[in-house]
Design a protein around this ligand. Sequence first.
Ligand code: 26Q
Length: 787
Amino acid sequence: MLNHESLKKRIDLYAMTTFGGDFKDLLDSEKYVVLSKAMMETILPHWNQSRKNTETMKKAYYLSSEYLMGRFLTNNLIAMDTKDEVKEILKNMGVDYNQVEESEEDPALGNGGLGRLAACFLDSAATLGYPMDGYGIRYDFGLFKQKIVDGEQVEVADNWTKYGDPWGIRKISEKVRVTFKGGEIYAIPYDYPVIGYDNKLINTLRLWKAESLDEFDFRAFNDQNYDLAVKAKNDAENIAKVLYPNDSYEEGKKLRLKQQYFFVSASLQDMIRRFKSKNLDFEDFPKYHSIQLNDTHPAVAIPELMRLLTRKEDVEWDKAWRITTATFAYTNHTLLAEALEQWPERYYQELIPQVYKVILRIHQMLIDELKGKGIQDHDLNRYEIIHNGNIRMAWMSIFGSKSINGVARLHTDLLINQELNDWYRLYPEKFNNKTNGITQRRWLLQSNPELSELITELLGSEDWITDLKMLKNLESYADVPEIMERFLQIKWTKKKQLSDYILQEEGEEIDPDSLFDIQIKRLHEYKRQLLNAFHILFLYYELKENPDLKRVPRTFIFGAKAAPGYVRAKAIIRFINNIAELVNGDPAMEGKLKVVFVQNYRVSYGEKLFPAADLSEQISTAGKEASGTGNMKFMLNGAPTIGTYDGANIEIVEEAGDANNYIFGLKVEEIEKIRDSYNPEEIYQKDPKLRRVVDTLIDGTFEDKDGSYRELHNSLLYGANWHRADNYFVLKDFHEYRKAHEKADADYVDRLGWARKCWLNMSNSGKFSSDRTIEQYAQEIWDIEKI
Ligand code: 26Q
């Protein structure tokens, strides 16, 4: 399929013209750039063809301030079915593909779940043949890189394009202008190919870079005012400089609002420009565009489209509103009330007054509509978009969209019945659920080729790669010992590979024959890494007191970044590392217990961790995790879940069976019932073993460098001025959690019995393909067709 000679020639040429040397002598990172550029030449004609083929079709547009694409190279080679060939070609040139692959930096243009979901959706849409383009920001610096130094998180800048950005094409001819009160700046598009598996359709991820209209002020320079000479340039470029490293609420920052407006305005102008070349009436705009808002971060798109239509394109207001509300759809990703975005009115007035005016009018329209519907005056404030000097972006999104969806059944139910109930009663027809999914191309085919091969062999076909429900046909092998033996062997291989990698990266030796118990996700109180930590300490003291205790040897693995300003989250990271030091340094724990906190958890690390897990930790406080998607990645790779009745865990267990997972803890309804009378101190006083582990925060077991352990301890027992004691019910759920672990431990001893559980999880993971999710969005919200 590939022309070997011509690829080799291109490689040699790019090596010389880009890095000035022979391919085999370059740094691995340089080889990566050269190889990728050479592959781009194969991709481009197909990509351009795809653009032409979809020009006249209705398209979906995904607007997201975050994309966590993961590495491109291997993904794209697999999609084009050229990985083995390229490997071979490199081998003939004396170069090891795996080393080149590993040198690619993850483009970390996102924080966590929401950004990774966007990437899985792009993969699925292209693979299914749906025209869907992504729009976002090309941050110069992605999410910080994390180092652990003396147990603490240290943030390092992520200059991800240091060696080049071979998959991005700078399309300067398609630049657009974005206006702020201080002046105009350019948005320059960089296009990244999104290659559907089997190369049928290539969609586009368009990321905008901010640049100044005037590069340089010569007058200032001649006046020897050097800073001023480049001020405009710096101010403009700062807009796309860095991703905000926060995955929940953050005190409103003007620059963040600028970022949002910048990419949203550029994207809408881009769509309008292309639409106008069709010479249609704007009434038809929704026949060609469905725009999905990935949370409220791009919600300023609603007033901006109104502004562009009414002020620039002479569409009258009511018609523009019909167009707008037939175009947008909004996905909500959180139930944390404090995480719903609001912006001070004056930020809008100061930065984008032209949009502020439009918002005032939309607000008034809403009030008129509410009055028309007979809503009483004293109830209006519940709906006001502008409220107490703030602009409520979620309210704007709901009012301006045709569809509002949650990301798992429980989450959507809670939106409908609680958080957004006022709105639901107003527009019940707008609300719907779209349970999240993940792409099996990255999270099984690419990250676990060993298991993929077994699956293909047993199914006698590769169809599962684009039709994950096929895995259901494998269920009965759970009772075939020879197959289970092979399955266990594969799990061991993945654990060994991870062990080698952890030794290399973290300097820690772990035993692939121990049970790998893994919790990897952003660090948050509601995700309850602290519960996991307490349980490890509990086990530690049990094993110390009773050396003959029969427990399976375990390795606990954590990976998590904390928002740099989130003091408690950082304290929890240090606490886990302190525990690791205590446990790993104790010879009595040899062969029994080990704890590792891996540094810089990211997509590419995840690809090594998910396939190697024996147990998936999904232990958020019920009602707090909207869906979770890591939970699905573990399941797909055959790991049972130890988890709460929260997010998609509920649907996972529904598919894979209670008996194959370890569900524990308070349910949402139970939390509601006890909330007001909950007294964690009672539990703490009654359970000396729990008290002992909680008190390690304050009894000198670990050094409390800055008082943050004491603060954590207080937060559990007495609360703080912004929350009640043990807000996330860590102490309340501890006992059941510990029992669930005991059960898993006992089950693990039966090797084939355990393999069976793992296998049944994998076989029943079909529902959690993002292909299914995208089909639902396409049919139920976007109304788009396949190519
Ligand atoms: C908001 C305002 C100011 C600064 C930052 C933010 C901000 C940034 C990122 C708020 C939220 C995020 C990201 C949220 C996120 O990742 N949510 C996760 O989305 C997943 C995909 O739907 C779900 O599976 C997870 O349950 C949810 O936590």
